[in-house]
Each structure stands twice: as C-alpha cells, then as structure tokens.
Design a protein around this ligand. Structure first.
Ligand SMILES: Cc1cc2nc3c(=O)[nH]c(=O)nc-3n(C[C@H](O)[C@H](O)[C@H](O)COP(=O)(O)OP(=O)(O)OC[C@H]3O[C@@H](n4cnc5c(N)ncnc54)[C@H](O)[C@@H]3O)c2cc1C
Length: 421
C-alpha cells in the first residue's frame, strides 16, 4: 500500500497552517491506524491575523469538518467575501473591485483566525505535544524532530508550520522585497455587519483595500468585530506618522472606538526548499507576502494538498524523484502570487507621497532581478509576463481565457483595468 510510507506524521505549529495540515492528515489519510503528532510550543503565540481567504477554502472547510457551509460560516463568525474593493489605487484615481470568478457567485470567507484553528482541531485526531522544537532534519527515509527536554522522534513526513523565519538568508530564501511594505499596525473596531439569529449572514461583503499616504489600510468585516490594518514600510514612514494617519482614517470612517492589537513586522520571501521529500514547509514558514490579496491561507492549502496528494497516491520508489519537481512547482506558484501582489503597486496611487514613489519607482522595478529564472530555478516571471502580454492583445482567444498564473486571467484583467496599466 502506498500510504505505508506515511505511517507516522508530525505537524509542528498550531497556527492556521499547522491546524489545516493536522486536520487534512486526519481526514484524508487512507489508513485509520496512522500516527499523527501535533506539536506546538504554547509559549510561542500564533500570529492570529489572517482573516481574508479565497473561495477554495469554503469547499475545503466543508470537507475537513463534515459540517454544512452555513454552520462553518457561523462557527467562524464569518461573512461572505466576494472580492477586494480597492480605493484610490492606480493612475486613474478610480475605485474598483477585484471580484472572485464567477463574479457575484463565488465567495470566500472573512473569518476569525482563532476560531478557524479551534474548528480544525475538532476534526483532528492526533497526539498533542506541547514542546519547543529545536531542529527538524532529513534523515534516511524520513525526518527527525529534536525537542527541548524530550527525546528526538523519527517521522515519515514532517510539516514545518513554525511561522516566519527569524531572518532571511539568501541561500535559503528568495527575497521578494519588490513588494514595498514590511510592517502592519492592527486595530480591532466594533462590528459593522450584524450576526443574524437564524443562519449565516448572506450579505455580500468585500475586503476594503484603501490607499493612504504611507501605504494602505485593510478593512475586514466579521460579525464579532471589524479588523483594520495599516500596511506600510518602516524604513520609509515612521510609526508615529502611520498611527496619526490611521486615526484620521478611522475618524473619516466614523469609527469612534478601537482596540490596538499589534504592530507586526513581516518579511516578503519564498523559501527555496519548501518540500524535500521528508520535510514540507507550509504557511508563513514556506513563503510570505503582504496581505493585499490574502494569499497566505490559499498558499498553505496548496502546499498541504500537493504534498499529501503525492504521498497518498505515488508509490514510494518515486519519492526522491518527485520531491524536486513538487518543490519547483510550489516555489513557482508562491513567486507567481508575489508578482501578482507586487504588480498592484506598479501604477502608484492617488498619493504622490514618498511611500508611493518608493513603491512604484524603486521597489517594483526590482522584480525582474528578484524573480530572474536563473536565480530562482523556475519561470514564474515568464508566466507573469505572458499574462500581461495577453491583456495587451486586441483579442484574447477563447483557448486563453481560462489561463492562470497563480490567479485566473479574470483577476489580472480586473486589476489591470482598475489600476490603468
Ligand atoms: C498583517 C497581516 C495580515 C494578514 N492577513 C491575512 C489574510 O487576510 N489572509 C491570509 O490568508 N493570510 C493573512 N495573513 C497571513 C497569516 O499570517 C497566515 O495566513 C496564517 O496565520 C499562517 O500562519 P502560520 O500558521 O504559518 O504561523 P503562525 O500563526 O505564526 O503559527 C506558528 C506556530 O508554530 C509554533 N511554533 C513556532 N516555533 C516553534 C518551535 N520552535 N517549536 C514548537 N512550536 C513552534 C507556534 O506555537 C505556533 O503555534 C496576514 C499576515 C499579516 C502579518
């Protein structure tokens, strides 16, 4: 049996990525007698933001929890996200919406990250180990996890979902700082969408992405609260200036009270080795880019599904040969997301501020060097250029209309129209 090479699995980390992986192993493993260890250090908090998603999560959560969609949405204190509403982006100074396709039909969730983890834990059958992991290393035919204060254990597969790397190392990480932001200020405000008594909220909602002089602000409506985040670059703008502009924005939005939640620095990167045959990095440990298009949860879904599909379905003698192919596929996809997100800055915004000049004129042009196929070992840049090329054609052939480069051609077309590029 193929899954025999996958008797003992570990998931390290209990954030969104680790929780998704543990539930996926529990639900999808073909052998009931597999052993799953879900390891996390309760002294290291999860990042706890990550409230926007893509439509594939709706189906995935139904499958993983075995609950009806309505129940899942209510458990998540969620709303239905039909797209992202951009305000003040691009050279046309025109607001526009990036809808999921088909427009007004396909929806994702705005969700509470904490409640998502709780929901997934109910679908997970695992031995829980609260311990700090020092090291995860590949060994013959598997991986070894070394703990603080416990004996090491050997596993057939380890999902490493320990969150952001401490620092970027050019040998290990592809730096994608053509994305010009690196810090978020998070505030929590009262709900603007009310929970209903007899079912999920059906109202169509959108993540707002509002351009501001120092970056942009997201507004995510849940039924328990509304999340606001100011995304900026700490080398270009001071935290004081950002907080002051955040106050001004909330004031004009009519928000009179808020709870300051966190200031979160973040890297923009893709790990060069997401999967090596025994260790699969997932979530923020595998790649990260600022949350403009909510690409993190959907990336974790892809990483987990891809690795599990392969390990459940391919005979183990192919494992060594498959690993680099799968790794290249995942790196390529993460870079495509990065290029799609960075491109949003290419036409500036309604603000001719230091941040927007930096984003458009200095950061974004670096994407050609950062994603050079020679340097990254895959051709995400070529595929991205192909999408932009398609948009510039007078007629798009029927055969090309379903093309994707991380996201569908319809997403590129809507953003390109909206930005005026
Ligand atoms: C401002 C901001 C907004 C975001 N918005 C969105 C969004 O709208 N949509 C979206 O998809 N994503 C968003 N994200 C991304 C979001 O962070 C991820 O989707 C998600 O939280 C994945 O986190 P994670 O599980 O990889 O890591 P984390 O949440 O950081 O979890 C790490 C886990 O690993 C454990 N751990 C760490 N080190 C060790 C160790 N040595 N030993 C044992 N355990 C360890 C910790 O205890 C924890 O359980 C946003 C991110 C930021 C910064």
């Amino acid at each position: 049996m193929r899954s025999r090479s996958l008797r003992k699995v570990a998931v390290v980390g209990r954030g969104t990525a680790g929780s998704l992986a543990a539930a996926s192993v529990s639900r999808l493993h073909p052998d009931d007698d597999h052993e799953l260890h879900h390891i996390f250090d309760s002294r290291i908090p999860i990042i706890g933001v990550g409230e926007g998603s893509w439509p594939s999560l709706v189906q995935e959560l139904q499958e993983l929890t075995d609950l009806p969609h309505e129940a899942v949405q209510q458990r998540l204190k969620g709303t239905r996200k039909y797209g992202v509403a951009f305000e003040g982006w691009g050279r046309r100074d025109r607001d526009f919406t990036h809808y999921f396709t088909p427009q007004q039909v396909s929806y994702a969730y705005h969700l509470s990250a904490d409640l998502l983890a709780d929901l997934l834990h109910e679908s997970t059958r695992a031995r829980h180990i609260d311990a700090k992991v020092h090291r995860i290393t590949r060994i013959d035919g598997g991986a070894q996890v070394e703990f603080e204060g416990r004996a090491p254990e050997r596993y057939d597969l380890v999902f490493d979902a320990r969150g952001f790397p401490r620092e970027l190392d050019p040998g290990e990480h592809i730096d994608i700082s053509f994305i010009p932001t690196d810090t978020a200020v998070i505030r929590r405000c009262p709900a603007i969408v009310e929970e209903t008594q007899n079912g999920p909220v059906l109202q169509h909602t959108y993540t707002r992405a509002v351009a501001r002089p120092h970056g942009w602000i997201f507004v995510i409506p849940l039924t328990v609260h509304t999340s606001y985040g100011y995304i900026f670059n700490r080398n270009v703008s001071s935290l004081e200036d950002v907080e002051a502009d955040f106050d001004a924005f909330l004031d004009t939005d009519g928000v009179t009270e808020f709870e300051p939640r966190a200031v979160i620095p973040f890297p923009n990167f893709v790990h060069r080795r997401i999967y090596d045959g025994a260790v699969a990095r997932i979530g923020n440990a595998a790649a990260f880019m600022e949350p403009l298009e909510a690409t993190a949860i959907v990336s974790a879904q892809l990483q987990i599904r891809m690795v599990l599909f392969l390990r459940f379905n391919r005979p183990s003698e192919h494992l060594e040969r498959d690993a680099p192919v799968v790794n290249r596929f995942l790196v390529d996809n993460m870079l495509r997301y990065g290029l799609f997100v960075g491109w949003h800055y290419s036409a500036g915004s309604r603000y001719d501020s230091e941040f927007w000049r930096y984003a458009r004129d200095r950061a974004w042009p670096k994407h050609r060097t950062a994603a050079d196929p020679e340097a990254v070992g895959c051709d995400a840049l070529g595929k991205f250029d192909d999408m932009i090329g398609l948009l510039n054609r007078p007629v798009i052939d029927k055969a090309d209309r379903d093309r994707m480069c991380a996201v569908p051609l319809t997403s590129y077309a809507q953003v390109s129209q909206g930005l005026g590029c």
